[in-house]
Design a protein around this ligand. Structure first.
Ligand code: FPP
Length: 244
């Protein structure tokens, strides 16, 4: 995998150490509904503004030289939401993918998706395939959308793939190679907005040694400065990976 590069001026302006950037940032984007409710707006208004935060996170990660940004956009549990909200979210996803692909291209971004993608509505699947194809020659940030994603399901899918291949026994490397995220390094930093202290079935395997950063800021308000603050906090941590 070619390595995106940090913009030195951007790092310097923000007091960031360019030699200690997370390679993979994963975000649980939470709080869209509460953002809308507190303003007397329908929940979908929060999701719509959340798209602006997605754009900001993608651009900022590009400037930070981050290799992979994984965004938890729709979980396997999110199907339990009211039908109208689910269909609005799916429409928003396919529109956004369609509208943003050329901007992503200008920013040298590649696109990936992690999850049981065949369970998504056809228009979302189609826009994803088109986007992945159009951006495949780029060399910068990989934007990985977790869609119809559940970490336990992912591990089950990996083990079933191994069984189909005839495995009698598995090890960590064999499972890791069959996760949806096999081509990426594990996340170094997992961010959750809106103050909830949970992983909610997100990257349970991959985040084994990730640094966690939880902020009360709601996702629609999480922009460049808030992401820089999370990385500044990450750079203060002493990662031990179980050692001393
Ligand atoms: C969580 O807020 C947000 C989601 C489940 C959806 C996230 C989707 C987007 C930001 C839009 C599209 C994304 C992309 C990648 C184009 P919530 O509804 O759970 O908020 P609440 O906890 O306050 O109710």
């Amino acid at each position: 995998m070619s390595k995106p590069k940090v913009t030195p001026d951007f790092a310097a302006q923000n007091g960031l150490d360019p030699a200690n950037m997370p390679r993979h940032i994963a975000i649980i984007m939470d709080g869209n509904g509460r953002w809308a409710k507190s303003r007397g707006l329908p929940r979908v208004a929060g999701h719509k503004l959340g798209v602006d935060s997605v754009r900001a996170a993608t651009k900022t990660c590009g400037k930070l030289g981050v290799e992979v940004l994984t965004l938890y956009a729709f979980s396997t549990e999110n199907w339990l939401r009211p039908k109208d909200e689910v269909s609005e979210l799916m429409r928003l996803l396919s529109w956004t993918l369609k509208r943003e692909v050329s901007e992503l291209d200008k920013n040298n971004v590649r696109l990936r998706a992690s999850g049981r993608l065949d369970g998504l509505p056809k228009p979302v699947q189609d826009e994803l395939s088109r986007g992945i194809e159009k951006l495949k020659g780029n060399t910068g940030l990989i934007l990985n959308l977790a869609l119809n994603y559940g970490s336990r399901q992912e591990i089950v899918d990996a083990v079933n793939a191994l069984i189909r291949e005839g495995a009698k026994e598995v090890d960590e490397a064999a499972i890791a190679r069959r996760l949806y995220t096999a081509e990426f390094p594990d996340p170094d930093l997992v961010i959750r907005t809106s103050g909830e202290m949970r992983l909610s079935n997100f990257l349970l395997w991959q985040a084994a040694y990730a640094e966690l950063y939880i902020t009360p800021v709601l996702w629609p308000d999480f922009r460049e400065q808030q992401l820089v603050d999370a990385v500044l906090d990450y750079q203060k941590r002493h990662r031990r990976f179980g050692g001393i």
